[in-house]
Every structure is written in C-alpha cells, then in structure tokens.
Unconditional design. Structure first.
Lengths: 214, 214
DNA sequence: GTAATAAATACTTTCGAAAATAATCAAAGC
DNA sequence: GCTTTGATTATTTTCGAAAGTATTTATTAC
C-alpha cells in the first residue's frame, strides 16, 4: 500500500470518527507530523476526500473538515433511504445462498460485539458497517453501493456528537437489526423496506435534537 | 484557480469527451507535456477523478481511464433514473418562479443551439447539461445533485462512441426535452417523471447496440 | 528453442525546497 | 483613536530531483 493510500484510509477514519472537529483546518504541517509523511501523499488523500465531500477546499487556503449541519444530515438520511431501499430490493431479488449466509454471518458478528460489555467501540463500528453493507451487497449495482458508502460515512460523522449529547441509547438496536435480517432472509422486500425506513427515521429522531443544540 | 484545479477541469473534460480512449494509461510524463504542468497538480486531479470513478488507479502502476462496459452503462442509467426522478419530484414540489424561469431559459438556449446547423458541439454539450441540471436544481438536496453530476458524467462518456457507431439520430430530442419542460412547468410530477423515464430508456436503446459491438 | 536470471529501462511515488499567496502584526498618517 | 500601508510570518501550492517499483530486454543455462 502506498503512503497516499495509507493517508487516505487514516484521514478518512479520523474524520468519520470525529478526531478532528467539524470545520477545523487540516494544516499540512500538522498532518505531516501526525501521520509521519510528506505533503504529497497527504494532499492526494485530501483531494480524494474532497471529492467524497468529507473535506472542503478553498483555493490557496487549504483544506478543512466539512461542516456538520442539521440540514445536511437530513439530506443525507433522505438520500440514504432512497438509495438503500432500492438496493435492498435488488439484493433481495438477486441474492443467492452465499449472500444470505453473509447476512446471517455479519448480523451474528454484530450482535456478538454489542453483547460484549466494554468491548472495542472500533470493532463495533466495523461490524455495524459490515452488516448494513452485506444487506445491499447482492444488488448488483456498483453505483448504488458507491453512493451507499459515501452516505454511510457522511451520516456516521453525526453519531458521535449525537451520542455525547443524548446519553446512552434506549433503543434496542440489536432487535431492529434482527428484524431487518429476518425480513431479508424471508425475501419479503416490502417488510424489509418498511423496517429499514423505521430504523433510519428513529436514528434521525435521536440525532436531530443533538444538532439543534449545537 | 490553482494548477491542480485546472488539471482537474481539463482532465475531466477530456475523459468525458473521449479524448482518451477507455482503459488507456494516463502517464504522468505525457499529461505533464499535454497540460504544461508538473506531476503534483496532475496527481491531485487524478486522485479526485478516481474518487469520481472516471479513472482507476492501481498501486505503483499508475492511473488509467476507467473502462466502458454495457453493464456499467445500464447500471449508471438505472441509478440516474432513481436519482433524477426523485430530484425532479422534489424540484417540482419546491421550485419557485426563479427556478421555472431557469428551466425556460436553459431549454430555450439548448434549442437555439440544436437548431444551429454546424454549431459548436462543445456549446451544445454544455447547454444540454445545463438544461438537465436546471430541471433538478430546486430539489434542495446537495447529495442528489452531487450524484446527478457524477452519473451524468459517467453516462456522457458513452454518447460519443455510441453516436459514431449508430450514425445520425432519428429521434427528435428537442421535442422530448420540450415535453419534459412542459410537464415540469405544469407542475405535473407524474407526467414529468414518465417522460424523463422514456427519454432515458430511449437513450439506452441507442447506446446498447453500440456497446455490444465494441 | 525455452526457461530462468540479470541488467537496463520506464514509470510511479515521495520528498524537500522554492515560489506564491494569505494572514498577521507593526508603524505611519490622518 | 482609527485606518491604511508596509513588513513579517505562516501556509499552501508547485516543481525538480531522488527513491523505489514494475516492465522490458538481454544474457545465460539447459
């Protein structure tokens, strides 16, 4: 893996996880120290992230972490519903045995991690993403999967600030995920879509107040 | 405008317009000569284009123009329909007078250019894009507009090879555009969506055979 | 002739410095 | 005191060279 690729992976992770606060400038000298590399690979990574809308650039004034706003969050969530309900329908229509198995497997792995008290939050994050991705993985559309990844990253950025503001969850997210998996494995597209929609609207309700205070 | 931005604009244009054939390698030495700049701004542009899927990169083996394939074209067109029908509905619901005026204006400008025999093909391309964008411009969703731009560029790449293979058009594209504009200005979302869908499916019919021979 | 190895070449990637621009601070003028 | 101007500093952007990696060509051994 080249340095530019490492820079891209590290920066993306750190932005999505909120290590840099929103709108803070990403100065090359700082990043160079932090990641132990020269300017070139960092700038290449920043350009990629700019195309993904995780960072914004202004001519001759460098890069910043993209801002967070309630409007952008609602927009991203709306787009996610559009993309994911379609991809989920396609997946359910086209998915084979191996796909079903991966849905079962990623759901199981996710539940294992949520059960483990005091477990690695990073691992939980990874498994949550893997589960949601596996639901759509058989849709056969690279474009929809690409859009899913971008919207997932965009909305993931709102989770940490929201959790900090709202305190511990009252939702039983495991059982929501389980219900989606059940509907998917039953190949019931309408039910799966309805639950997925509920799942996201509930997330919106959690995050909205946290954004309004900020 | 920085050199990196110029490189991005030029490269994007040249790729979309087919100045480089699909899958051809984009060697830095060549690009440096062609655009008259060093490696750094070119690499930054290539990284952005990679994130937009117009170029593909392989570690330590550089960049190439992304391949064209029938499957990818149909995928992109399907995604366009999903995105654009939704954005169009939102635009029709939310658009104000100024938006209506811009639809009228861009349609008029487009028709002027199609009428001009032997006119600038580049100008026609610009106006075609402006018209389609203006239809969606009032949707209020940055994400949907962003996806529209990416899919538009992706599908535009197929037009030139297809036209070369299929010869002159038998469709009356002006009147198809006019019908969309009419439905939009009448705020008839269902009719607008139906015509837009027809419009794209007809495009698919034009391009499909050209892809199969290649 | 073919396969394996070694040398040469082509190309990508990365760095460090130079150039260019923006931001900050101090002094002068009103 | 306030604004303008000029100098200083901080930062981004770009280049050219160096380092590292793939690819091709040549050579040798079988």
């Amino acid at each position: 893996m080249t340095l530019a690729e490492k820079a891209y992976v590290s920066l993306r992770k750190d932005i999505v996880e909120g290590c840099f606060s929103a709108e803070s400038p990403l100065r090359l000298a700082d990043l160079s120290k932090r990641y132990g590399m020269g300017f070139s690979p960092l700038r290449e990574a920043l350009n990629r992230l700019q195309a993904e809308r995780l960072v914004t650039a202004e001519s001759l004034r460098g890069f910043r972490v993209s801002p967070l706003s309630l409007h952008e969050f609602e927009d991203a969530l709306h787009a996610r519903l559009l993309i994911e309900t379609e991809a989920l329908r396609l997946s359910i229509a086209k998915g084979n045995d191996a796909w079903e198995a991966s849905v079962v497997a990623t759901f199981y792995a996710l539940r294992q991690q949520t059960k483990r008290k005091g477990g690695d939050v990073d691992e939980l994050r990874t498994r949550h993403h893997a589960f949601h991705r596996s639901l759509l993985a058989a849709c056969g559309s690279d474009w929809l999967l690409d859009f899913f990844e971008r919207l997932y990253a965009a909305t993931e950025r709102y989770r940490i600030p929201a959790l900090l503001a709202a305190g511990p969850q009252k939702r039983d997210i495991d059982s929501e995920h389980g219900a989606i998996a059940d509907a998917v494995l039953a190949r019931d597209a309408n039910r799966a879509e309805a639950i997925l929609r509920e799942h996201y609207l509930r997330t919106a309700v959690t995050i909205r107040p946290a954004m309004e205070t900020a």
